[in-house]
Ligand binder design. Structure first.
Ligand SMILES: *[C@@H]1O[C@H](CO)[C@@H](O)[C@H](O)[C@H]1NC(C)=O
Ligand SMILES: *[C@@H]1O[C@H](CO)[C@@H](O)[C@H](O)[C@H]1NC(C)=O
Ligand SMILES: *[C@@H]1O[C@H](CO)[C@@H](O)[C@H](O)[C@H]1NC(C)=O
Ligand SMILES: *[C@@H]1O[C@H](CO)[C@@H](O)[C@H](O)[C@H]1NC(C)=O
Ligand SMILES: *[C@@H]1O[C@H](CO)[C@@H](O)[C@H](O)[C@H]1NC(C)=O
Ligand SMILES: *[C@@H]1O[C@H](CO)[C@@H](O)[C@H](O)[C@H]1NC(C)=O
Ligand SMILES: *[C@@H]1O[C@H](CO)[C@@H](O)[C@H](O)[C@H]1NC(C)=O
Ligand SMILES: *[C@@H]1O[C@H](CO)[C@@H](O)[C@H](O)[C@H]1NC(C)=O
Ligand SMILES: [Zn+2]
Length: 673
C-alpha cells in the first residue's frame, strides 16, 4: 500500500515539477527532475516517521524534566538514542541525493532533515552527559553551613528571590558564589566532554565546529560579524543605561563596592546572572510618580496562576489569534509541584509535534514578571499552533529570534500603562513625561540591558568551540568578555575549578543565546509594523496591539509559514525589509536616551568603564533645561511634583481622536505616518 501510493505520488510530483519548471525557473535553476521527485518522496516519508519518533522523545523528555528521577533519565536517554538512530538512518538514506541537482527549496529542506550524527559510543556518551547536566542544573542547591540547622536553597524560588530582593551585598555575593560552586564545578568536566562531542558531530557535517553549526541556523556565513555590527549601533544606549544604573548602585552600596568609573559586580543585577535587570525597577526608577508596584496589586486583587494564563491567552485571542487547546491546562506544569519531585523550573514551552499537544513547564508565582513570562511562553505556543499544519521540518521559527520575539510583543503591549489601566493594575495614569520615562526605563531593563549579555554568552561559546581559547583559560576569557562588553566583573575570585558559563540554564541545556539578542532587535521591528497595522497613533512605545485583529492577521500570516522560507523572506513579508535593523528599537527608546544623557551629565558622571571610559562624554552635550530631569534631579526618586507633570498634550490627544475617526471613516486602519 505504501509503495503503491508512493509511486503514484512520485509520478504526480514529477508532473507537477515538470509543469512548474517549464513555466518558471527552469531557465535559472538546473534541476534533475527525477532526483527532485525522489527527494520530495523522501521528505514525505521522513515526515510521517519523524513526527512519531519525535513525539515519543518529547514525551520522555517532558517526563524527565518534570520529574528528575534516574528512571526517567534512563527512559529519556533511551528515547533520545532512538531519535539519533533514526537521524543516522535518515542521513544514510539521503546520501544518494547528495550531489543531485535539486531545486533550491528542496535542497534546503533536505539539509534541514538529513544531517550526519554521532553513532555508537559517542552518541551514548553525549546522551548520558546532556542528561546528567540537566539533572545537576535542575536539582542544584545551595546549602548553609552544616553545623547549625542546615537549610538548602533551590534556584527557584529561593535563590532567585534573594537575588531579586536583597540589597545586602554580602548575602548576594554569597549566593552568587555558592550557586557557581554547587553547579559550575560539577558541570565543568561534563561540559568539556559535551563540547568535544558536539564539535565532532559538527565536523561530520562539514562545519568547522559546533558554533559554526549554530550560527548557520541563520543561513549566513558572516553571522558573527553581523551581530557585532548590530551591537555597535546599540552600544551607546547600553553604556548610558549602565552609567545611570551605576550611579544608583553607588548611592546604595557606596564607593567601596561601586567605582563610578568602573564595571559593576555581577551579583547585584537582579537575578543570578544579571541577565534581566527588570527586578530592580523599583530601585532604579527615576520618578516615584507612577505606581508600578504591580506585584502587590496582583496579590491584593487575588490573582492566581490559572487566571494569569487565561489572561495571557485572552491577549492572543483578542487579536484573532488561536485559542489554547483544553488539554493545555490539563497537561502543563504551571506551578512547582508540591509533592517533593525535583523538576527543572526554568520556564519552557513544548511542542509535542502531533498538532494538538502543547504545554508549558513553569514554576509560576503571582508576580508581574511571571505574568510577562507567561505572555512570552504563550508566544511560543501560538507559533507552534500556527505552523502545526507544516511538514515536520518546517515546524520551527523563521529563525530562533522570531520564535523568541512573538510573546515579547504581547508582553510589551501588556506592560504599557495604557493596557495596565484597562485591566485594573494601574489607575489614574496621568501620561506625564515622568510616567513615560519610568515606563521606558522599565522596558529597557528587560531589553537594552540584555543585549551585551546575550551576545557575550554566545561570543564566548563560538570562540571556545572553535578553539580560540586555551582550555585552562576558558573561564578567564569569559570574564574578559563580560567586562569588555557588559561592564561587569566577578565579585569573588575565580579559580581553576570554576566554569561559570554553564551555570545558566541555556548553556547547561544546549540552547544558544544569540536568539535572545536577535529577538530583542526583531521584536521592535515587528512592533513597529504591527502597530501601523493596528492603526496606532503616536510614539511607538505607547502602542498596545491588544484587540487588533488586523495586527493579528498580519502576525499569523508570518507565523504560519514556520521555517518553510528563509527568514529573510519572512522578515520581508512582515516588515518589507530583509535585514535586522536596530532603528525601531532606538526610536522606541529615544526619549529614554535623552533622559539618561541628561541625568548622567547633570551628575557629572562618566560613561563606560576601564579602558573604554569616556570622560569627556558630556563635554559637547546640551543639557535640556526644560526636561523633567533638571526639575527632579535634586529630589531624585522622591519627587512627585513639578511643573513637568502636566498631562501629555491635550492637543495631541485631540489630533489622535480626529485621525482615528477619519481613519475609521475611510475604513482603513493604517496609520498615515
Ligand atoms: C516520577 O517518576 C517516578 C519514576 O521514576 C514515578 O514512580 C512517579 O510516579 C513520578 N511522579 C509523578 C508525580 O509523576
Ligand atoms: C536503562 O536501563 C537499562 C536497564 O537497567 C540499561 O540496560 C540501559 O543501559 C539504560 N539505558 C541508558 C541509556 O542508560
Ligand atoms: C550508515 O552508514 C554507515 C556507513 O555505511 C554505517 O556504518 C552505519 O551503520 C549506517 N547507519 C545506519 C543507522 O544505518
Ligand atoms: C551515565 O553513565 C553512567 C556510567 O556509565 C551511568 O552510571 C549513569 O546511569 C548514566 N546516566 C544516564 C542518565 O544515562
Ligand atoms: C531546624 O529547622 C527546621 C525547619 O526550618 C525547624 O522546624 C526546626 O525546629 C529547626 N531545628 C533547630 C534545632 O533549630
Ligand atoms: C563533507 O565534505 C566531504 C568532502 O567534501 C564530503 O565527502 C561529505 O559528504 C560532506 N559531508 C556532508 C554531511 O555534507
Ligand atoms: C483563580 O481565579 C479565577 C478568577 O478570579 C477564579 O475563577 C478561580 O476559581 C481561581 N482558581 C483558584 C484555583 O483559586
Ligand atoms: C481609536 O479607535 C480605537 C478602536 O475603535 C479605540 O479603541 C481607541 O480608543 C481610539 N483612540 C482614540 C484616541 O480615540
Ligand atoms: Zn522563549
Amino acid at each position: 500500500m505504501e509503495n503503491v501510493r508512493n509511486t503514484w505520488k512520485h509520478v504526480l510530483a514529477w508532473m507537477i515539477i515538470t509543469l512548474s519548471f517549464s513555466q518558471a525557473s527552469a531557465a535559472t535553476e538546473d534541476v534533475d527532475f527525477f532526483a527532485e521527485a525522489s527527494a520530495l518522496e523522501f521528505l514525505e516519508r521522513y515526515n510521517e516517521e519523524a513526527q512519531k519518533i519525535v513525539n515519543n522523545g518529547v514525551h520522555a523528555a517532558w517526563n524527565y524534566k518534570t520529574n528528575l528521577t534516574d528512571h526517567n533519565a534512563n527512559l529519556s536517554s533511551e528515547a533520545s538514542l532512538r531519535s539519533s538512530a533514526f537521524a543516522a538512518k535518515t542521513y544514510n538514506e539521503s546520501l544518494f541525493l547528495r550531489d543531485a541537482k535539486l531545486t533550491k527549496a528542496t535542497k534546503r529542506a533536505m539539509k534541514m532533515v538529513a544531517g550526519a550524527v554521532l553513532i555508537g559510543d559517542d552518541i551514548k556518551k553525549l546522551t548520558n552527559i546532556t542528561s546528567r547536566m540537566t539533572k545537576i542544573y535542575g536539582s542544584g542547591k545551595v546549602c548553609s553551613d552544616k553545623e547549625n540547622n542546615q537549610t538548602c536553597l533551590s534556584l527557584d524560588p529561593e535563590l532567585q528571590q534573594l537575588m531579586k530582593n536583597s540589597k545586602d551585598y554580602e548575602k548576594l555575593k554569597w549566593a552568587w558564589e555558592e550557586w557557581r560552586t554547587a553547579v559550575g564545578r560539577k558541570l565543568k568536566p561534563l561540559y568539556l566532554e559535551y563540547v568535544e562531542l558536539l564539535n565532532k558531530q559538527a565536523k561530520l557535517n562539514n562545519y568547522t565546529d559546533y558554533g559554526h553549526q549554530l550560527r548557520m541556523r541563520y543561513e549566513s556565513e558572516t553571522f558573527e560579524e553581523e551581530m557585532l555590527s548590530l551591537y555597535d549601533e546599540l552600544k551607546p544606549l547600553y553604556e548610558l543605561l549602565h552609567s545611570y544604573v551605576r550611579r544608583k548602585f553607588y548611592n546604595q552600596y557606596g564607593p567601596k563596592i561601586i567605582k563610578l568609573n568602573g564595571p559593576l559586580p555581577a551579583c547585584i543585577l537582579g537575578d543570578m546572572w544579571g541577565r534581566f535587570w527588570d527586578p530592580l525597577f523599583e530601585f532604579l526608577q527615576p520618578y516615584s510618580s507612577s505606581d508600578y508596584n504591580l506585584d502587590a496589586k496582583m496579590k491584593q486583587q487575588g490573582y492566581n496562576v490559572t487566571q494569569m494564563f487565561h489572561m495571557g491567552e485572552e491577549f492572543f485571542t483578542s487579536m484573532g489569534l488561536k485559542k489554547m487547546p483544553a488539554s493545555f491546562y490539563d497537561l502543563s506544569m504551571l506551578e512547582k509541584p508540591s509533592d517533593g519531585r525535583e523538576v527543572v523550573c526554568h520556564p519552557t514551552a513544548w511542542d509535542f509535534y502531533d498538532g494538538k499537544d502543547f504545554r508549558i513547564k513553569m514554576c509560576t508565582t503571582v508576580t508581574f514578571e511571571n505574568l510577562q513570562t507567561i505572555h512570552h511562553e504563550l508566544g511560543h505556543i501560538q507559533y507552534f499552533m500556527q505552523y502545526a499544519h507544516q511538514p515536520y521540518q518546517y515546524r520551527d521559527g523563521a529563525n530562533d529570534g522570531f520564535h523568541e520575539a512573538i510573546g515579547e510583543l504581547m508582553s510589551m503591549s501588556m506592560t504599557t500603562p495604557q493596557h495596565l489601566e484597562k485591566v485594573g493594575l494601574m489607575k489614574d495614569v496621568q501620561y506625564t513625561k515622568e510616567d513615560e520615562i519610568n515606563f521606558l526605563l522599565k522596558m529597557s531593563l528587560s531589553t537594552v540591558s540584555t543585549l551585551p549579555f546575550h551576545l557575550v554568552n554566545d561570543l564566548w561559546r563560538w570562540r571556545a568551540f572553535r578553539g580560540e581559547y586555551k582550555l585552562e583559560d576558558w573561564n578567564d576569557e569569559y570574564w574578559k568578555l563580560k567586562e569588555q562588553y557588559l561592564g561587569v566583573y566577578a565579585p569573588v575570585e575565580r579559580t581553576a575549578d570554576d566554569l561559570d558559563p554553564p551555570t545558566i540554564f541555556h548553556i547547561a541545556n544546549d540552547y544558544d543565546m544569540i536568539r535572545y539578542f536577535t529577538r530583542t532587535v526583531l521584536q521592535f521591528q515587528f512592533l513597529e509594523v504591527l502597530c501601523e497595522e493596528a492603526g496606532h497613533f503616536g510614539p511607538l512605545h505607547t502602542c498596545d496591539i491588544y484587540g487588533s485583529t488586523e495586527a493579528g492577521e498580519k502576525l499569523a500570516s508570518v507565523l504560519s509559514l514556520g521555517s518553510s522560507l528563509p527568514w529573510q523572506d519572512a522578515l520581508e513579508k512582515m516588515t518589507g525589509g530583509r535585514k535586522m535593523s536596530t532603528k525601531p528599537l532606538l526610536k522606541y527608546f529615544e526619549p529614554l536616551k535623552e533622559f539618561l544623557m541628561n541625568e548622567v551629565c547633570l551628575n557629572g558622571d562618566t560613561v563606560g568603564w576601564g579602558e573604554n571610559i569616556q570622560n569627556d562624554y558630556c563635554k559637547d552635550s546640551v543639557i535640556l533645561a526644560d526636561g523633567p530631569n533638571i526639575i527632579n534631579n535634586k529630589a531624585d526618586v522622591s519627587s512627585t511634583t513639578g511643573a513637568s507633570s502636566k498631562p501629555l498634550s491635550l492637543y495631541a490627544l485631540l489630533l489622535a481622536l480626529i485621525f482615528n475617526v477619519s481613519i475609521r471613516i475611510n475604513n482603513n486602519y493604517r496609520s498615515f505616518f
